[in-house]
Design a protein around this ligand. Structure first.
Ligand code: TRP
Length: 435
């Protein structure tokens, strides 16, 4: 149970509450949801088990595990695209986490309301344009996350997750019920459940769903390899893998049930982009009796979820420095934390000032996010599937993945060996070409 909750702690983060709703809003609502569910089950689950198995079998980190499975080039490099993805995600994850911290501060100190007559997103725009404040918040959240990884308090994280995750779930359910009771909520629900089927036919939708699935579950960066290495017995892995995917998806759906009804009841458009959650949620809290208390609780929990995920992101380069270059944990953590601060500066400033934004171009945050989710993570997933499916023996791999029963073993093995790589190539190539 501790293992499952730790994996959930890394899985549940900004990907669920910030990213899932706005991506779904931009890519066609229900049609996107359907594609996402297919992708996360057909590709996400076998890949997650593959990562668990590689870690369980080799007791190594996300780079070393694949080297142990196969010393041959280029296969031995299969872990590196994941490290690259971690670095690119670290360019903007701290920025969005900083926004969460700033909203928490607003909720604690005063009101988050938008002045009468101002645009709905005035608060968000003002907040993200205050470069110094964002940088300060970013420095603080990175210090906290670095402190946690530096101390290596795995048990601390695990214990915190055990208490906070159920609390988080209760709060989410409560807010979803509130969201559904808003006037106009029906339109939001309709948006979530009435598909525009033409979106299913666009290859871009599939690539975006794949990127979202890898991002939100946390596949493709060797984090799950590291977790797999800690497990004394592999039997429970398939069940844990499925539970984590189901739980993570459930949280994303609840976030949508909070946000879309509110979007429509406020008369806004669902395709708002990265600001969606930050524009909508404060409005909801503002109208709610006792909303300020709920706002504090919500942003606090979101901050904790984001920090727990950030810890696992930081751990990727730290593990590489430690196991490959013999660094001690403290200097490795300090270096990684400082580098994360430096590389996230351009994104923080790019969101806030005009000097890094070109007309008609996505912001740096958007670019980094798309590159990591739609290029690096799928490439990394492809590398993982190829090494597990083609450079490893069926029996050893199935044993390590804890898959039991002839049929289930066949199914998983055929998936990692054939289905997943073939689908990955199709989705990646057609998605990139048409996008
Ligand atoms: N899953 C986290 C989220 O939804 C982000 C994250 C943490 C992640 N660790 C990861 C993504 C490893 C990919 C790989 O916010």
């Amino acid at each position: 149970m501790g293992f499952g909750l730790a994996v959930l702690g890394s899985a549940i983060g900004l990907g669920n509450i910030w990213r899932f709703p706005y991506v779904m809003g931009e890519y066609g609502g229900a049609a996107f949801l359907l594609v996402y569910l297919l992708v996360v089950l057909i590709m996400g689950l076998p890949l997650l088990l593959g990562e668990f198995a590689a870690g369980y079998h080799t007791h190594a980190d996300g780079v070393g595990a694949y080297e142990k499975i196969t010393p041959e080039r280029p296969w031995r490099w299969a872990g590196w695209p994941g490290v690259a993805a971690a670095v690119v995600i670290l360019m903007y994850y701290p920025v969005v986490t900083a926004w969460v911290a700033q909203y928490l501060w607003l909720a604690l100190t005063g009101d988050m309301s938008v002045p009468a007559g101002a645009a709905q997103d005035a608060r968000f725009v003002a907040l993200t344009h205050d470069g110094l404040a964002v940088l300060l918040a970013q420095a603080i959240v990175l210090c906290v996350a670095t402190g946690i990884v530096a101390a290596g308090v795995v048990s601390g994280i695990e214990r915190t997750c055990k208490v906070l995750m159920p609390l988080f779930a209760v709060l989410l359910v409560g807010l979803a019920i509130y969201g559904l009771s808003l006037p106009g909520a029906q339109q939001g629900v309709d948006f979530m459940f009435h598909a525009d089927w033409s979106a299913v036919l666009r290859p871009e939708t599939w690539l975006v769903a794949l990127g979202q699935a890898l991002f939100t579950v946390g596949i493709g960066m060797g984090v799950m390899v590291t977790y797999g290495a800690y497990l004394p017995d592999s039997h429970a892995l398939p069940r844990i893998g499925f539970t984590v995917i189901a739980g993570d998806t459930f949280v994303g759906l609840l976030a949508c049930l909070i946000i879309f009804p509110a979007v429509f009841s406020l008369g806004l458009a669902p395709a708002q982009g990265p600001g969606l959650a930050f524009v909508i949620l404060p409005e909801v809290f503002e109208r709610m009796p006792g909303g300020n208390v709920a706002a504090v609780a919500f942003f606090l929990l979101l901050l904790i979820a984001a920090l727990a995920s950030m810890v696992s992101l930081l751990e990727v380069p730290i593990a590489v420095l430690m196991s490959r270059h013999g660094w001690r944990r403290l200097p490795a953590a300090l270096l990684t934390g400082s580098v994360a601060f430096l590389i996230s500066l351009p994104v923080a400033l790019g969101e806030g000032t005009a000097w890094l934004q070109l007309d008609g171009m996505p912001t740096l945050l958007d670019l980094a996010d798309r590159f990591a989710s739609y290029v690096l993570l799928p490439l990394s997933a492809l590398a993982i599937a190829l090494v597990v499916g083609w450079r490893w023996q069926e029996k050893a791999a199935c044993d390590a993945a804890g898959v039991q029963g002839i049929r289930a073993r066949r199914l998983w093995w055929t998936s990692v060996r054939w289905l997943v790589p073939v689908l990955l190539v199709i989705v990646l190539v057609s998605g990139l070409v048409t996008a």
